[in-house]
Design a protein around this ligand. Sequence first.
Ligand SMILES: *[C@@H]1O[C@H](CO)[C@@H](O)[C@H](O)[C@H]1NC(C)=O
Ligand SMILES: *[C@@H]1O[C@H](CO)[C@@H](O)[C@H](O)[C@H]1NC(C)=O
Ligand SMILES: *[C@@H]1O[C@H](CO)[C@@H](O)[C@H](O)[C@H]1NC(C)=O
Ligand SMILES: *[C@@H]1O[C@H](CO)[C@@H](O)[C@H](O)[C@H]1NC(C)=O
Ligand SMILES: *[C@@H]1O[C@H](CO)[C@@H](O)[C@H](O)[C@H]1NC(C)=O
Ligand SMILES: *[C@@H]1O[C@H](CO)[C@@H](O)[C@H](O)[C@H]1NC(C)=O
Length: 908
Amino acid sequence: MGHLFGLGCLLILIGMVDVEAQNPPLTIGKKCLGNVMRIDVGPLGGKNLEVAAVMNNTAVILTSSLASQCGFSMKRDQLGNAMIFASLQNCFAQNLADEMFTTTLHLRVSGPFLLKDEIYQVVETCQYSTWASREVICDNNYMEVSLKRAVPEDYHHPKHAMPLTGSKPANARRSAEKVPMDAGFRITTVVFFTPEGEKVMTVNDAHKKGYWVGNSPTRLVQRVPSAAPEIFTHNVAGVPMRVFKTSTIFEKTWLATQIDAAAACPLQEGSVFFTRSTITWYLPRHIDPMITSQQFTLLEVHFGINGQRMDAGEMQANKYSLALTDHYIVTEIPIGAAGGYFKSHVQANLYYISYVIEPMLELLWSEDSVLELTKYKVYFTIATNVLPHPPQLVDNTVPADRMFKMALGHFALDVVLLNITFGSEVLSVTDCMARGFNIMEHLSHNDTMRVYSLQVPFTDPAVSKLAGEGVIVYSLHLTFGLLVLDTLAPFSHAAYLEAVLEDMISPSVSGGCDQRNFFILVKYGTKGFSFQTTVGKRLMTPSLAQHYNYMENGTHFSFVVPFLSSDAVVEAIESSSIRSRLNVILVNPQTNEHLKDFSMACNFPSTLTECFPNGTMTALAVKLESVPSLDPSGLTLRDHSCGPVYSDERYAYFVFTVNSCGTTRKFLPDGMLYENEIALPDDHQMKPATDSEEAHYDLKVTCLYDINTSHAVAFHTRPRRSEPYAENSEGQLHVVMRLSLDDSYSNFQMLEDFPIAKYLQQPLYFEVELKRSTNPQVSLELENCWATQEDDKTSQPRWNLIINGCPNPVDPYQVIFHPVWADERVRYPPHFKRFEVQMFAFADEKDDLVGQLFVHCDVVICDAKNPLGGVCSRQCPNPDAGMRGQKRDIVDVADFEHVSLGPIAFLQ
Ligand SMILES: *[C@@H]1O[C@H](CO)[C@@H](O)[C@H](O)[C@H]1NC(C)=O
Ligand SMILES: *[C@@H]1O[C@H](CO)[C@@H](O)[C@H](O)[C@H]1NC(C)=O
Ligand SMILES: *[C@@H]1O[C@H](CO)[C@@H](O)[C@H](O)[C@H]1NC(C)=O
Ligand SMILES: *[C@@H]1O[C@H](CO)[C@@H](O)[C@H](O)[C@H]1NC(C)=O
Ligand SMILES: *[C@@H]1O[C@H](CO)[C@@H](O)[C@H](O)[C@H]1NC(C)=O
Ligand SMILES: *[C@@H]1O[C@H](CO)[C@@H](O)[C@H](O)[C@H]1NC(C)=O
């Protein structure tokens, strides 16, 4: 009696996956199904269910042997829904006149996740009065025959005369009218007929052996467990059937009578055939062991599932079919039809399923007369072969959605997904949900199977990315960890997904420069990118493309833009180059969005200024990006009357000579530098600009004439607000002024002699020398010399000694120039100038003579090869003033150089 009724202990670790917690409350349903009642209990999940029958307030646990003896069966599907079937005539039923049957059950639900056992009492009363004279129930664990307790009228034998052997029970039932057996008869003996012979048992012995023989007010009930030894197998029309046959002996004081019973129930083997999609069940329509008469009529056939009849409409909807052939009742059931369920099996990590369904057939036939009716009911459990059912992963990924979408199935409902392994990372279903993988369960195949769906975003670290030619390949390796609930068998399914997404590469721009041009190369992006090209501020039109030597080869196009093109902007003009920038923008024509902003600036060697040997300078002023509103035609040189000889909206072109237009000169160690500035005249009168204003245009134009040769040099530009412009150093060391002790110009005052004291009117002999130059063509000229009281040459008062190379005409003691001859000290006489001044002193307001004076000279270097005019070629008006040798036909470049000497104190 060890086994519990129905199902053994089913401990399911489903709690791990939180199914237990979500279990809906237990529901209990009750149904009367003819001579059987059904109690539905569920869902139980992994919980145990123990059933006890109650009689006289005593609960008796239904073990499996007691259940088959007493007319109970129970089954449980893979989801833990239980069905308890009970014959109305079960051992514990309260029977009211064979019309009302009440059964009371106690259901005890227990399990590891319940704090304490739950007990439910179920009482069900079924009314059933349409008993046929014989009713047979074939259940999985028992066979039951219920007979109307009647005997032929003349069939009461004296007790001792009853033939126990030799007489065929079938003959006995052949006689005409039967009469109910009166209540005085008691069952004494049961005789089992087997192929090996008869077995005679007392009722008590029979009960002890697990049989049931019982009386009700009008009926005899016999029940035999399916595995009973007295059951034998008999082939009926090719279908093997379990058969039992008995005679039950009733006795009454002097009389004995007997009732013969027989039942035959089909075995699955030999009566059920499978294809991949269909189950075919053959039940003999003429079940010989139960039929003795030739007058056999099959009156009704009913099909049902789980003990419940179905009408034709329901059968059709579920694609069940029932057909009668000469010998069989043929039932066809599609595998997977609702009403059955799939069951999982795992072997060597491979997944298999079988389909289980519990169809029912009910037959009603008559023999001899309509009163001799048999109701025959078969509960049949059909389980198909176990078939491999490898899980299928359906890849529903739409790459544009940027996530893998997949569905894995189909699994029987007894499978749960436990975890998913990504590489070395194992995530539980809960982890997956937390990570946004959105795992969902779906039912399929008319709710008999389950599919898991899952989404993994491309951005998840579990997804690998590989960039290829214009595409990105996303891939995902994953392994699903699954578990079959009732056997706790784990298995896994590995999958690999790949999705290719067009890599939206936008077009790109690159470029380079040579001495004169920008070279632009545009690489097309992937197909999705259509774009327009803007060069500077202009759209690249076919004509502009032609202008810029546009070339295209399918993957790239290129064009060439000269650096002074109006599509380029000039950022700066530097000493020997122009810094010019080209902006190229790729624009999405639909959205006007900039796909690429490309900008390239290069320094282009500049020839915008030219210095000609004849002293002509030309300068091209180019509008700068920082001065967008500039009108180049308004630009002038320092002398505002010198405007451009040509101008347009971007350029102004100046031509002038180095001795005009306010050009200044500087003496440098290696040459002479001429400078002028190009600016707007207004700017010079304005205050310094504030930061918010546009920068002022101020272009410094310079020419450096080599002492030997002359060459053009440079442009400088600076916004007015920038740091003060660093002046070139003056070459003071290269021109020296000395004071000679006498007119022999052979001995000189030493620097440490100063201040020197002289008497008024005493002559002072000055010499000015250009040092370092070895060029005999160059001469040093004195432009202006003057005396001041302070050592600052600009201080007042001041007295002019030499003006524009000539003695100050208003000076009463005019300067005397002394010629210079070559000697051992003087190698190139033109590099020297000597003049004589009589010592004088300044007088203050009170006519007091002030103690000292300083002498300053502006010196000009003239080049005989480059006649320039000015002081270099000037002749002083009065030849008597000592301008011998001052006259020159060709003179060139000069620069102001300044020398000072002093202090010279006067002695009174
Ligand atoms: C139940 O009670 C009835 C009458 O009270 C009695 O006849 C019957 O034997 C009892 N059954 C059991 C199983 O005790
Ligand atoms: C589900 O049942 C319907 C009707 O019963 C049937 O037509 C259909 O084929 C079934 N689907 C599957 C997947 O079995
Ligand atoms: C994942 O699931 C598989 C299959 O059920 C199981 O064998 C394994 O132990 C699980 N792994 C983890 C880490 O939970
Ligand atoms: C097009 O020109 C570019 C730049 O010169 C070059 O890199 C590319 O290979 C060329 N493509 C084809 C298809 O010739
Ligand atoms: C100076 O020389 C240049 C170049 O030879 C010439 O174009 C220009 O006319 C000359 N200027 C004068 C004033 O002779
Ligand atoms: C000028 O010419 C002389 C002679 O040709 C040469 O020695 C000297 O280096 C030159 N000076 C410069 C500054 O080039």
